[in-house]
Every structure is written in C-alpha cells, then in structure tokens.
Design a protein around this ligand. Sequence first.
Ligand code: AMP
Ligand code: MG
Length: 417
Amino acid sequence: MREGLTVEEAQATILGATRPLGAETLSTAIAAGRVLAESIDSSRRQPPNDCSAMDGYAVLRVDLENASAQSPVCLPVVFEIAAGRHGERPLVSGEAARIFTGARLPDGADAVVRQEDTRPSKAGVEILVAPRPREHIRDAGEDFDIGDRLIEAGTVLGAAHLGVLASVGRSVVAVTQRPTVAILSGGDELVEPDRAADSGQIVSSNSYTLAAQCREIGADPIYLGIAEDRPEAIEARLRAGLRADVIVSSAGVSVGDHDHVRAVLEELGCKLEFWGVQMKPGFPMVFGVIESTGTLVFGLPGNPVSASVTFEQFVRPALRKMLGHRALFRPVVRARLTKAMTKKAGRMHFVRVALERRAGLLYATPTANQSSGVLTSLIRGDGLAVFAAEQEELAADSEIDVQILETTFFDQTERGF
Ligand code: AMP
Ligand code: MG
C-alpha cells in the first residue's frame, strides 16, 4: 500500500479504480438531473408539416404583389383551418384560407398574412400588405428532422432536454444508475443527535454532512450507524455495507490505539490502495476496493471539516464518474486574497474562504478559524482556496484558485440586469 500521496496522485488512483454504473430506464418526466445513457436520434420531424406561426390568412404571394393599406386586395375566404385540422383542398390563385397558429398550411399557399394586416369585407378579406416569401410560415422540420442526432449520451438532462425527449415521443429514457453509498460513523465518544451527550461524548454529525453531500449529486446514502471502537463492532456494520457501490466511513483511520478501520477492511478482503494524502485538512484517509464485490471504500478522517473536504476532493468525483458525468469536478474561479497567508511547504491546504464580489472582481477572505474541528467555518465559507503544496507564502491581493462548494453563491438578491 502506498502512503502519503499528493492530492493529484490520490485522485488519479481513485478515478482509475472507478467505473460508470450501468443504465436503468426511467420515466422522462422525472429524469431531470440524470445522465443520459443512450444517444437520442429523432424518429420524427418537428414540426411535421409547414404550418402557420400566426392567426391570419394563408395566401399565394402572386396575388398580393401590389397590396398595401392604400390599395388593399380583396380575396374570398374559401375555407378555414383550425389547429390540428387539414385544409379541404389545395389553395389556388385568387383565394385565401382562414388559418390559426399551429395549423397546417394548405398546399399551394406560400405565405401567411397576420390578422392585424387584414380587414374583413363583405366579399371575403381585404389584405393590406404584400407578404415576403414564406412569411409567418414555420417550415416542416425547422426544429429537427428524421435521423437528426438530438442529444448525445453522457448529457446531463435539463428541462429543455426533457421537452425535446417528449417531442420525439420518448416517454421513457435510459439513464445511468444512481450509486448507493453506505455511510458509517465510528468512535466510542459518539452519540446520535437525538440523545443527550454526557461529558466526554460528542454528537455525531458526519453522517448528516456526508449523506447530504451524496444526495446533492444524486447518489443514494444508506446509514450504517455508529460503530464502537472495537474491530468486531466495525466489521459487523461494514458487512452491512458490502452490497453498496461505495462505503464511506469516517474516523478511526489514524494511527491511534483505537483506530481499527484499516485492519478491519483488510479482514473483509479490501485491497488498500493508499493511506494518507498530503493535504490539510484531511491527511489520514484510506482508499481501497473490496475485491469480492468491487465496492469502493473511503475511510475518511473523523474531524468534521476533514471528512467533508476529503469527500469533496475524492468521493464526489468518483460518484460523478459512476453517474456517467463527463465533468467530475466543482467549478474553480480566480479570486484575490484580502489577507496574506503562510504555511509550511509539503501539503496542499484547502482554506475555507468567504467570497465577495466588488466591481466585477472576486475577493476571498479566509474564515477566522481554520481548525478541522470547526464545522461552522464551512457554513461561513463559500469555497475552498487552494494553497499549493510547495508554496509557503501568499501575499495580500495575490490571485488564488477557489473551488466553489455552493453554487448558491451565484444566486442574487437583485435582478442584476
Ligand atoms: P478519529 O479520526 O477517530 O481520531 O476522530 C477525529 C476527531 O473527529 C475526533 O475528535 C472525533 O471525536 C471526531 N469525530 C469522529 N467521528 C465524528 C462524527 N461522526 N461526527 C463528528 N465528529 C466526529
Ligand atoms: Mg476515533
């Protein structure tokens, strides 16, 4: 087993061991946010026929070359076509047909005149304009034609995709399956939030944070509970997680006397790929694969910020890959530091920062307390500034990459335009 990998090495190892899950068929109506597992080619033409874009009159342009408000041309209205109906027969020179938006254009017609550009008359309708070629006609197939590639496999389905799927008659669609993630907490000091914590005990929060991080990207968390710091207790709970695609446990992976997770994983037939990543927060973490089931196992550090930040850097990209996403990583923006920062060379630091936009530029201010136990600092931060491993100093006003954790940062209280 390798030890002390860089963040890049750890990510590469994890993604190298991660495969996209298979497909499942889903009602298109509830497929928003899912990743398309098939490419969609059109079996239809949209619109299926030339049709009217306006309420008005279908005409032949040849009859109206000199029509104007001063010298209207009067045409008899020989039939009417409502939406969803056919014209009775082809239109011929010297005739108009009443037509409504979305109705099929009669054969012979080559323009539509808007109702507003006409006047009723006893003999039929007075046309007050000379229409341009194919004016107010929607051409058959102007949206898509038979055989057109409409959506590529791997696309994340949004509202417009669902509309297009519906318009080609796809009421069900193949999407990538959602990974199941078994979540285990560990430690004799932990109690569930609905229990009174005695002195020396602390309330377990990691399962709440990590389950929400799973749900945010469409993975399904399964809670395995809190394991005491005994190998048999950890093993019993981990066994229940072997049917999941991924196991995420937190705590018990350090070098303390009560840290049994690594040994238990090996007992369960887990091939450990690495232990320890050169980062802060989050050095003590382990990654492996249960050989009999293919389940990926992430043993994250117990400190609440470390657990959440390591999930972001390692578990989230793996789950996104399982889900079939091409874009595995959070957005990164450039921001200016409002304060100087220093650290020792060697580990990459993920610094919780609050972002602020001033005159079109982003400014990043580190939250006051960067301790890995201070979970509230994650609430105060909008993202993680990346302080490179070998860098020791960053001056105030220097530019830095910030990984955006909450895209709600981009939501605005003002309309903005
Ligand atoms: P460990 O990795 O077991 O040494 O735990 C590191 C720190 O994280 C300890 O202070 C633990 O009490 C804390 N911790 C571990 N698990 C959790 C959890 N599920 N929720 C909140 N804090 C935890
Ligand atoms: Mg512990």
